[in-house]
Design a protein around this ligand. Sequence first.
Ligand code: HEM
Ligand code: HEM
Length: 177
Amino acid sequence: MVENHSQSYVYSPVARVLHWLIAGLILAQFIIGWTMPDVHRDTLPTGEIAWHLSVGAAIVAAMVLRIIWRVTHAPEPAKLSPTLMFASKATHLLLYGLLLAVPLAGWANASARGWMVNLFGMLPFPALAAKGSSVGMALGDIHSVLAWVLFAVIALHIAAAFFHRFVLRDSVLRRML
Ligand code: HEM
Ligand code: HEM
């Protein structure tokens, strides 16, 4: 297959830094989430759980910046067939939705448990749910389930990046490097 060099667009440095920063934070967050102790009614937010809340707060802050940047700086669309364009737009939209829904559900659950969420002890975040709120407690289960959905969509996204690089041999991966 002939390599296609016609697409020379790359995302702006800000978009690339935010993409890889958030990717790193999400990877750390999955490792912490799946290795931290089980959370029960009387669990205190210390150790790995405190890290999960702080890394989560950093993800929320970085996602706010990223969405503002994305809305004000639309990237040049990749040159793709209509089917691939639809699949890519749908996957990216789903990623953005989950990158907001998963942290917000976790944050509401932390608030319902009476846990304070703050950015590494510096910037306090307001409570998203009242202490003991049943909706906030239910959002804990939704958080755990949606984290798996996010994991699956990220796996698909990474597989697509490699499919572009090694099967289609186009320059889509280079747009984000
Ligand atoms: C995209 C970002 C996040 C990911 C991928 C993530 C992932 C996870 C995972 C895998 C678990 C363990 C679930 C289980 O074993 O059942 C978990 C639990 C939890 N996370 Fe997150 N999390 C994220 C963001 C947040 C944020 C921002 C907060 C709060 C500020 C948070 C608060 C919690 C809480 C309170 C639990 C315990 C829930 C329970 O067991 O009821 N998470 N998270
Ligand atoms: C936690 C992991 C990741 C998340 C949450 C994530 C999320 C996203 C999102 C939301 C976009 C859409 C950007 C936009 O147009 O606004 C995007 C684009 C992109 N990502 Fe990721 N990503 C992750 C990891 C990766 C990895 C590991 C690779 C490469 C192996 C990668 C390659 C790309 C590429 C090439 C694009 C640009 C696609 C295009 O030009 O349309 N991503 N990513």
